[in-house]
Ligand binder design. Sequence first.
Ligand code: BG6
Length: 485
Amino acid sequence: MAKNTDLIIFGAAGDLANRKLFPALYRLHCAELLEDNVRIMGLARADMSNAEFIQATLESLQKMLGQDEIKDSQWQSFTRRLHYMQLDFVNKRHYANFKSWLVEKRVAIYYLATPPSLFGPISSHLNSAGCVDRLSRIVLEKPIGQDLASSRHVNDTVGQYFDERNIYRIDHYLGKETVQNLLALRFANRVIHSQWDNSCIDHVQITAAETVGIEGRWGYYDNVGQLRDMVQNHLLQLLCMVAMEPPNSLEADEIRAEKVKLMRALRPITGDSVSDDAVRGQYSAGWINGEPVVGYMEEEGSREGSSNTETFVALKAYVDNWRWTGVPFYLRTGKRMGEKLTQVVITYKDSPHSIFESGHTSGNRLVIRLQPNEGIQLEMVSKKQSLKERLSLEKRVLNLDFFETSKKDRIADAYERLLLEVISGNQWLFVSRDEIEASWHWCDSLLAAWYDKNINPKSYGAGSWGPSKAEILIERDDRSWYGSE
Ligand code: BG6
C-alpha cells in the first residue's frame, strides 16, 4: 500500500485524465487500495477554484462510470484528496507557487498527461524550482519519440533531472490483466511451459483490431501512423510477453532485461523482405456495425489531397534465437476493422504421425483473448461420443473465461493497475529506456524500407479485415488469420 505520496497530474483537465486517470483513482479509492494520506493534485491552465475542479471531476466521473457507481459517501471522502492549481506548464516562474504546496519527505509523483513536447520543459522547470529530489518519480505517456533518434532525445532530456529508476514509461497494454496473465500462463503451468518453442509451436499470431477510426486526432495521427501508434509499443510488448525467456524473478530489471534481449533478436525487415513480409493499408469509406463511416481522407480535420500514412499494418516477423528459429510471428493491427479484437493465438504443430482416419485431426491452438471477453481457450482434439463411429475426432475447447471464473462484474482497467504500481514504486509493468530504444531500432528499419521502396498503403474498406495483401502474407505460408474468417 502506498504512503506519504502526492500524485501530481499535469493536464488534469485533459482527455486522458478524465477518461482514464480519475476513474481509475476513484475506483482504487473505493476499493481501499489508496492509503488515506495519498494526495492528488490536478494541474492545468484553466483558471478554476478547487471547488470548480472537484465539480468538473465529478461530472466527468459520472459520465465515464455512470451515476450509480458514484456513491455519495465514497465521493465525499475522495474529494478530500483532491487539490487543484492553475499552472502554465511552460512558464518557469509559475512553478514557485506549486513548490509551496509540496511537503518535505513526501514522495512526489509527476504524471505528465500532456503532449510529449512538454516532457522536457516540465522536467526542467520542476527541477529549477526545487521540486525534484532523489525520491521524485515521473510518469510519461507514449509516444516517446517518433524514431530512435528522437526517443533518445526525449530520454536524455528527462534523464537530466530524473534517474532512470524513477522514470515510469507507460504502455497501457502492460496494465491489462490478460497481458500479466501471460506470465502466469507461461511460467506457472509446466504443461504450457514445456511445449513453448519451435519443436511444438507452428506459428504465433497477434491481432489488435479496432473498429474506431482516428477519433478526431487526424493532425496527430497523420504524422504517426499505425506502425508507430500501435506496433512500436503495444504489439512489440505483447510479442515480448509471449516470446521472452523466463525471467529469473518478477523483479522489474529481470523482466525488462528479457524483453530487451527478445527485441534485439527480432530479425529486421529490410528492403529485401519488406514487400513480402509487411503490408500497409489505409481505410476507405465502409460500414461498421451497420453504420456508414467515412474513409481516412474524409475524416474530420483531414487535409485536401492524399496521405501516405498507414492505418493498418500486417507483418511477418522472426525471432532469431534458439527457442524460436523457424517460427513466424504474424502481427496485424488496424483502425476501422470488422470488430474490436485483441488476441494472441498460438498454433501448435500437428502430431508427427496420424493414426486416425476421420474427423478433425489437426492439432491444438491456444487463444489468449485480451479484449473483449478476456479469456484463454485451448482447442483440443477429442473423440466424438458415438457408437456408430468407432474413433472419429472432433475439436473441443477448454475454456477459461475470466468473467465467469472471477465472478466479478468487471475486469480492472489497465490504468488502475498501472497507477497502483507507480504509487508503490514498482517498475515491472513499465518500459525501460533500453526497451524503447530497441523497439524503435527495429521499427526504424521497417520504416526506412517502406520509404526506400516507395511502398504506399493499400486501400481497404472500413469494416473489413484490411487489404487483401494481408491475407496473401499469411496464405502464402498455407496458414490463415484466426478469428476473421
Ligand atoms: C493507444 C493508441 O495507445 O491505444 C490508440 O494511441 C489506440 O490509437 C489505443 O486506439 C488502443 O488501446 P486499447 O486498449 O483500446 O486496445
